[in-house]
Design a binder for this molecule. Sequence first.
Ligand code: GRF
Length: 203
Amino acid sequence: MNARLVVLVSGEGTNLQALIDACEDEDYGATVVAVGADRDGTGALDRAARHDIPTFTRKVRDFTSRADWDQALADDCQRYRPDLVVSAGFMKLVGKRFLGVFGGRFLNTHPALLPSFPGMHGVRDALDYGVKVTGCTVFLVDEGTDSGPVLAQAAVEVLDDDDEATLHERIKVSERKLLVDTVGRMAREGWTAESARKVRLGQ
Ligand code: GRF
C-alpha cells in the first residue's frame, strides 16, 4: 500500500511538484494526500489545486498563541492520516505539539550541508562564508533549527560567479532529486533510527 504524504509548503512549490510527479509512477510507493500551507496565494498551492490535491492553510496570525497554531496544524495534518509529513520549503518551525504527533516521521529539506549554515539563509550564508562546496540536506525534524538527524545529503559546487539566486537554483535541482529519492526509499523500505543522531534508510 502506498505511503500517505502530507506536504507542507510556503513558496514556489518546485519540491512539491517533484514529489507529485514522482507519485505518478505506481512503483514509487507514495501518494500526496494533502498539501498544507502557512500563507495564501503561493505557487505551491496552485500546483496542488492543478492536481486536485486537497489543501489547508493555517496562518500563525489567526491564532492567539503559537502553541494553538501548532496544535491546529497538527490536527489538520492528522485528518489525512499521513505516514510521513514532508516540509518542502515550509518557512515555519513547528513546536512540541506537532512533534508529539509527527516526530520521527516529519522530514525537511534544507539548501545547505547541515550542520553548516542552518536557518533561513543557508544559501546566502554559505556564499558569504566563501565555501567552495555546499549542497542540500534531507533530515528528520527535531525541536531545534535544522538540527535533526540527517537522512541524506548531496554536494553542489559553488562557482566563482555565483550569486544567491544562481546558487540556490542549482542547489534546488539537487534538492528535488534528493527529496524524491529519500521519500521514495522511506516509503518503500522504511528507515531505522540507530541512535539519537544516526538514521539509516531501510530496515
Ligand atoms: C528550498 O530550497 C527549500 O530548501 C528552501 O526553500 C526552497 C523551497 O523551494 N527552504 P520550492 O518552494 O520547493 O520551490
